[in-house]
Design a binder for this molecule. Structure first.
Ligand SMILES: [Mg+2]
Length: 258
């Protein structure tokens, strides 16, 4: 069943956006993504209209998010919540065992050097193998990472779109959203969260529990209550919501997830 959300008052809402697959289309090279001028302007507008209650909730490191959104520097949670920039600009991060992280990084790089087209990524709280250019290597990458967890006896595997990641922080995107919702200017508002991937489901669950608006971008099973087809639909949503006088949208193109 499809139905539009009836009303969204930006002055009463708190907005959370995943990055890849929501604000930027997914491309082969994770470092090659770009954010359209419409989305940039949309984020700026919505940030003004929502009194600053806008945060990015991503698996990426904050430094990367900032680079892609520059000169915008929004409140944000990186590495699925392991690092956070609070609304007052203060930076926080979970302490991760540096030796384990270094060892895991070396093992992941050894794997990707043996498998052309895969890409290793070492973040401040996780390591990842990307296989966007080699979807045929998904099973091999998964198996390698399972073995690595067993070897380290530490960490948690999460699978995303064309990526498998080993996290050394227990935080989820749901925790990250909750964290923001407990503080000004987010608290007391209705949370709205856009995500596209498996790790966003924790966020959808939290947002649903707060009577918020959860939006899945793209196809697939989800706990989200609404759905948009792709990043261009997100772009259209931004133009509708943010340019409407008083920050209210009586009509937009959000369809209810079936
Ligand atoms: Mg994503």
């Amino acid at each position: 069943m499809m139905s539009e959300i009836p009303h969204l008052d930006c002055g009463q809402a708190a907005f959370f956006f995943d990055f890849d697959g929501v604000l930027a289309p997914i491309v082969d090279d994770p470092l090659g993504v770009s954010v359209s001028p419409i989305i940039r302007q949309g984020l700026r507008d919505i940030h003004n209209r929502a009194g600053g209650a806008v945060a990015i909730i991503s698996g990426r490191e904050l430094a990367q998010i900032d680079r892609f959104l520059a000169p915008l520097e929004l409140p944000a949670a990186g590495i699925h919540g392991a690092e956070r920039r609070r609304p007052d600009g203060r930076f926080e991060h979970d302490e991760i065992d540096a030796a384990i992280l270094k060892h895991a990084g070396e093992r992941v790089m050894a794997f990707t050097s043996r498998h052309e087209g895969t890409l290793a990524e070492t973040k401040n709280a996780s390591v990842a193998v990307h296989f966007r250019k080699r979807p045929d290597l998904e099973a091999a990458a998964q198996e390698f990472m399972r073995d690595l967890v067993a070897e380290l006896g530490h960490g948690k595997l999460v699978s995303g779109k064309m990526v498998v990641e080993l996290k050394f922080s227990d935080r989820t995107k749901g925790d990250a959203i909750l964290h923001f919702m407990e503080a000004d200017p987010f608290s007391g508002r209705r949370p709205v969260f856009f995500g596209d991937d498996i790790t966003d489901e924790d966020g959808f669950q939290i947002v649903n529990s707060m009577d918020g608006i959860s939006v899945k971008v793209g196809s697939g099973e989800t706990r989200a209550r609404y759905r948009l087809d792709d990043t261009s639909a997100v772009e259209s949503w931004f133009t509708t919501v943010c340019r409407h006088p008083r920050g209210e949208a009586s009509h937009n193109n959000l369809g209810r997830a079936s």
